[in-house]
Structures are given as structure tokens and as C-alpha cells.
Ligand binder design. Structure first.
Ligand code: PRX
Length: 634
């Protein structure tokens, strides 16, 4: 039986089967792959510890299923099509055969430089085919990759290198993004001043920017691959060996390393890719994410390549050289499935329809959305003007921790509803609970979103700190995975994601912990204390609003705000810079010292009416002072 759902009744049947007989259901899908040794049992699980295993004792290498398996069947099919930042630069196309050779060659280069099974490798690279090659080469030799988004600062990069004790860093001389060439090697040099575990840095020449190459440490990519064989044995991996670590922000402390393992991730990303987007052989699939985020891992690299798809990678930004770039690329490559973020849609919507007009978007069959709730206006615009009213729009809800899409329509098969992620995919058992964890059954309910049964690509742990994983995801509600999102189920049984219920904000689809931003702001010597909240932002979904208590001596407000933004950019990266800063005389705190963020969120959203009960505040007057100076936020 095909793994692709073909009809609505097929979906209902598969869903029921996945709930009633999960082992048979997932076992059947996993049989589509090449295993070096068959699993003993499909799954074992305990959400208390948590301890979850899929395809227990199975041995497999994910790259054999991406590369070797496809060599003799679709070796000449395009695996990756790459569009450069500059429209004039030549396209790079890699067939499955060429990808196989390049991955093997780079695997051998890494091995020759001392990397082996279980070693951690940081990938801090632009959106070029070599980034995907690097990820796959790690997977081939059993090294654990951790891709760090190349917009993160040296401090953030160093934190991640140190947390996972990385042995190697893969980077480039610079990154082209729009009109800029960003000197990323210099960021790596800076980060390494506070890291002791890195033995080798391999540097891809991309921009031609001058870089310093330290002898014994730094090595050019082209030198590293020179003379390396174009085949390389695939390491035998246990199904539960770690495939990658991806750092993500939470409501407390530093970002945590979400751990994904080989077997379950392989099965789930393949299955969800194939079904949600209804991929058909020969289609060109384009996901606009960066490989630094989970969407890039699961739906630029792993899911599509496991399915033998042609995946498009774009180096640049949607607005360069003109804000018609996305539409131009869809036309150029006759893209069939297009997957992007609501923030991009809203930003491009602002340029009007004339810029879309010259392009032929008729190749599109499916359009998708990910990363944050898509508001109805953006949904309709996307559906009408990009999908021309006849492409199913799949609003896909999932998380770094879930590894793959969890709640989404299946394109053209299950119905869609604007702003609703809609229905769970087969194998996913979401429930909505109240504050005490009681399941809210039936329709027309709203509460916190949990998942009550394991799925193959769920996180297994947080790197080096299993207790943090338990605390964050499995302790709020006993026996369930807590997503951190609020959700409602409407009268039709469709799920709508309402956004985060914890201290995490979602800026342009990027997750940021308020505590992390506050810590960065507090590093500025003039800052005494700060509190950060999210507020509704027309393009970004949420903007970052910082309330800051400062020593103003020797500074104007404008200077200080600039300096604070620079501090945040240096410590985390430009994406975390506050959109608005308000200098305040105090923060609304309870007698136990807890900041009442509810009040700060209301002021930031310009909702100055009823502030609710402020009687428990240590100093209720502070609220008035904050309201009165709200218009100074900038
Ligand atoms: O709040 C949800 C939101 O993004 C969070 C996960 O962020 P991250 O781990 O960075 O992964 C983003 C890409 C998968 C979720 O907790 N989110 C993601 N997709 C949607 C969404 N909110 C509403 N609708 C979505 N389709």
C-alpha cells in the first residue's frame, strides 16, 4: 500500500489506524526504508522519565536512504536546485548521483580531519548546497551536526559550541544576503576565543572576503576535499543514535539543545513531507526557510531528499534586488509546492499586486505556511494572489521539538479553514487541557495544547541536561508532552493555534525567550533592570518591547536605546534587537518580586483600559508612570 494518502476517507482510515494500532501503522511506513538491521519492536515509551524509543535496536543510516537507495533508480533526478543571492549568478543543480559523490567526498574530508561517530560538528554557513552537503556528511559518518543560524552573534555561537563541546566548525568566508556580504569567518574567530574544544575549522570560499586562516586550525573547504574519494561507507547507526542537536529558546535560561535521533526522524519527516504537500515525482518543492531553523532541516533537506524530491534552496532574501524575488523564482523554476512564513507573506503583501503580475505562478499546486499563526487577512491574500484561489493552503503547526509537521491539512485531501492549522496528521494525538491538565473534550473548547502519545520524530532529550527536558515538556501536565502553545477546537473540530502561553515570543517566526533578551539587555552597564514582552506587530507577528530601568547619567535616551540595541545584537544577534524600548522608573512587581508581565503586555499592545487587579503590586503607582510614558517607547 502506498504511503501517500489519496482521499479524505483514506485520511480518516489512516488516522484511526494510527491511533488504534500505532505500531503496525508506523512499522509499515518504516518498511519503506533500507535498514541495516530490522528493529525488534516499533516503540517503547514512558512520558514520566521521559524515555521514548522508536524502531528499537534497528540499525540504519539516514543518508543511505537519501543517497544510495536512490542512486540506481533516480540517480539522474535533480536533488537540489540552488538559486544564488544575485539573480545573475548561475544556478547550481545537483542530481542524486552528484549529491551522493559530494556528500561522500566531504564525509571523507571530515574523517581525515579527525571527526568520527558521535563527535559534534557546528555548521555556521550560508544557504548554499554545501550546507546541506555538510549536514548529510555528518549523518553519513555518524557525527552529530548542530546548525547555528548564521545571523547569531559570536557569543551565541560560542555558547552553542561550548554546550555541545564541538570538535569541528564548518563555515564560510562570508555570506551574501541581499546587498550585503557578511563576514562570518570573523564571527567564528571571535567565538573561538572562548572555546577550547574545536580542533578544526573548515571554511568554504563564498564571498572572497579576506579572512585570517590560523595554521593548524583553519582549512579551506576546497583543500579539505581535494583528493578525497567519491564514495564513503555509511556508518552503522542505531535508530536511537543522535542525528542532530538544534538549539532553541525557551522561557528560561540559555537556549537548549533539542536532540533528534535517526530512525524516527527519518520516518516522520519523509511521511509528513510526502503527505502534507502531496509531493509527486518530478515536482519542484521550495521551502524558503534557512537551514539554521528546524524547518530547513526537515523540509529543505531531510524530508524532501528522503522522498526523492527536487528541493530548491535560495541563498538570498525576498526583497533583493526587488521585492518580487520569490515570485520570480517560482516562475523561473516552475515551483510546484511553495512553503513560507506568514511574516514573509505580510511583508510582501505591502508591495501591492503589480509586482506579482509579470510572473507566471501557474506551476503552483500547493502553498504552505509555517512558524506562527497566519492571520486571516494574510491567509486570504496568499490564497488568492499567490495560490490564485486554486491551490490548497496548508497551515502547518509544529515545533523544533516535534521534528516534523503535527497539525495541518493534507493538501487537497482534507479541508482547510483560514487561520486554522486544522486536523492532526496520522499518528498525532493532540489534546486541549485546562490549567489543571484536565482534558477538554468535545468541540468549542480552548486551553493549552498537549500531545498525549509519542510520535517518531519527537525530541528525545535536551543535550547534556535530561532533567531540563523533563521539566520543560513533561512536568507541567502529567503523562503528556506540553507544547507551550494555547489552542482552541472550534465547532467543527478544527484546531486553531492561539500562540505561546509561556514567556516565549515569536518574532517573524523565530522563537525568542524573553529571559534571554533581558539577560542581554542587562549586560549594558547603564541598565539596572529590564523586562521584555511581545506585542502585536503588523509584519513580524510579534515585536519585541523592552521596559528598561537605567542610570541615565551622561546619556540621552536616544543614545542609550541605540547602545542597548547594539548590546543585544552583539550578545544574541540582530534578530533579537528590541523594536521598542521604553525607559521606565520601575517595573510592576508583586510582593514576592515577580514581574507582572500581564500589565506590561497590555501597555505594549496599547490596551490601556482595564489593567486588572493591581492590588498585589509592591508599588501600584509604577503602573501609572509606565502608562504615562508609553508614548516615549521607540
Ligand atoms: O507557537 C508555535 C509557533 O512556533 C512555535 C515553534 O517555533 P519553532 O520551534 O521555532 O518552530 C517553528 C517552525 C516549525 C510553536 O510553538 N508555530 C509554528 N507553526 C505555527 C505556529 N503557530 C501557529 N501556526 C503555525 N502554523
Amino acid at each position: 500500500m502506498s504511503n501517500k494518502i489519496q482521499t479524505l476517507s483514506g485520511y480518516i482510515h489512516e488516522y484511526q489506524k494510527s491511533v488504534l494500532q500505532p505500531e503496525e501503522f508506523w512499522g509499515r511506513i518504516a518498511e519503506s526504508f533500507h535498514w541495516k538491521k530490522h528493529w525488534d519492536s516499533v516503540m517503547e515509551w514512558d512520558f514520566e522519565k521521559p524515555d521514548v524509543k522508536w524502531f528499537v535496536n534497528g540499525k540504519v543510516n539516514i543518508t543511505e536512504n537519501i543517497l544510495d537507495r536512490h542512486l540506481f533508480t533516480i540517480g539522474d533526478r535533480k536533488a537540489i536546485i540552488w538559486e544564488a543571492n544575485e539573480p545573475g549568478e548561475a544556478t547550481v543543480e545537483l542530481t542524486y548521483r552528484e549529491l551522493y559523490e559530494k556528500v561522500c567526498q566531504f564525509s571523507n574530508a571530515m574523517k581525515a580531519n579527525g571527526v568520527g561517530k558521535g563527535d559534534r560538528v557546528i555548521i555556521y554557513m550560508p544557504m548554499v548546497p554545501e550546507a546541506a552537503i555538510a549536514m548529510l556528511a555528518c549523518a553519513r559518518i555518524g557525527a552529530i551536526h548542530s546548525v547555528v543560524f548564521a545571523g547569531f552573534s559570536a557569543t551565541s555561537l560560542a555558547d552553542r559550541i561550548n554546550d555541545c563541546q564541538a570538535k569541528m566548525v564548518l563555515t564560510s568566508d562570508g555570506n551574501f544576503r541581499g546587498s550585503k556580504a557578511i563576514p562570518v569567518k570573523a564571527v567564528v574567530d571571535d567565538a573561538l576565543k572562548s572555546c577550547t574544544t574545536v580542533e578544526k575549522v573548515i571554511v568554504l570560499k563564498r564571498t572572497g572576503t579576506d579572512v585570517s586562516m590560523k595554521s593548524g586550525l583553519d582549512m579551506w573547504w576546497h583543500d579539505a576535499i581535494e583528493g578525497q574519494a567519491l564514495s564513503c561507507p555509511a556508518e552503522v547507526m542505531d535508530s536511537e543514535d543522535v542525528l542532530y542537536i538544534l538549539y532553541t529558546s525557551g522561557s528560561t535560561g540559555k537556549p537548549k539543545g533539542v536532540v533528534h535521533t535517526v530512525g524516527g526522524y527519518m520516518v516522520y519527516t519523509y511521511y509528513t513531507f510526502l503527505n502534507v504537500f502531496q509531493y509527486t515525482a518530478g515536482d519542484v518543492f521550495w521551502c524558503t526557510a534557512d537551514v539554521g531553523w528546524v524547518t530547513g532541516h526537515s523540509y529543505i533537506v531531510y524530508g524532501p531528499l528522503l522522498a526523492g524530491a527536487t528541493t530548491l534552496m535560495f541563498e538570498g532574501v525576498p526583497t533583493y534586488p526587488k521585492p518580487n524575488r520569490f515570485w520570480q523564482i517560482i516562475d523561473k523554476y516552475k515551483v510546484n509546492q511553495f512553503y513560507t512564513a506568514p511574516t514573509a507573506i505580510r511583508a510582501l503583501q505591502a508591495y501591492g499586486l503589480d509586482i506579482i503580475e509579470p510572473f507566471d505562478l501557474s506551476s503552483l499546486k500547493v502553498i504552505g505556511s509555517v512558524g506562527e499563526p497566519i492571520n486571516e487577512e494574510a491567509w486570504h491574500w496568499y490564497h488568492s494572489h499567490i495560490g490564485k484561489g486554486n491551490c490548497p493552503l496548508v497551515d502547518t503547526w509544529w515545533q523544533t521539538e516535534t521534528g516534523g509537521i503535527m497539525i495541518s491539512a493534507i493538501a487537497g485531501i482534507t479541508p482547510t479553514k483560514p487561520a486554522f492549522a486544522s486536523l492532526p496528521l496520522p499518528g498525532i494525538q493532540p489534546i486541549i487541557v485546562d490549567a489543571e491538565g484536565k482534558e477538554l473534550k468535545g468541540n468549542n473548547v480552548e486551553g493549552n495544547l498537549c500531545i498525549k502519545f509519542p510520535w517518531p520524530s519527537m525530541l528525545r532529550t535536551t543535550w547534556g541536561d535530561h532533567e531540563r527536558c523533563r521539566q520543560t515538556y513533561f512536568s507541567t501536565y502529567k503523562g503528556m508532552y506540553f507544547t507551550g502553545d494555547g489552542a482552541k477546537r472550534d465547532h467543527d473540530g478544527y484546531i486553531r493555534i492561539l500562540g505561546r502561553v509561556d514567556d516565549v515570543i515569536n518574532v517573524s517566526g523565530h522563537r525568542m525567550g524573553t529571559a534571554e533578551i533581558e539577560n542581554a539587555i542587562n549586560e549594558h552597564p547603564k541598565v539596572i533592570e529590564s523586562a521584555v514582552v511581545g506585542y502585536p506587530h503588523d509584519v513580524k507577528g510579534q515585536g519585541i518591547y523592552a521596559y528598561v530601568i537605567c542610570d541615565m547619567e551622561g546619556r540621552t535616551e536616544a543614545n542609550l536605546k541605540d547602545e542597548i540595541r547594539l548590546t543585544v545584537a552583539n550578545i544574541i544577534g540582530p534578530i533579537a534587537k528590541p523594536d521598542k524600548i521604553q525607559i521606565v522608573p520601575g517595573l510592576p512587581k508583586t510582593r514576592s518580586g515577580k514581574i507582572m508581565r500581564r500589565i506590561l503586555r497590555k501597555v505594549a499592545s496599547n490596551d490601556l483600559g482595564n489593567m486588572g487587579d493591581t492590588s498585589t503590586l509592591l508599588d501600584p503607582d509604577v503602573v501609572q508612570a509606565i502608562i504615562e510614558t508609553a508614548d516615549t517607547a521607540s
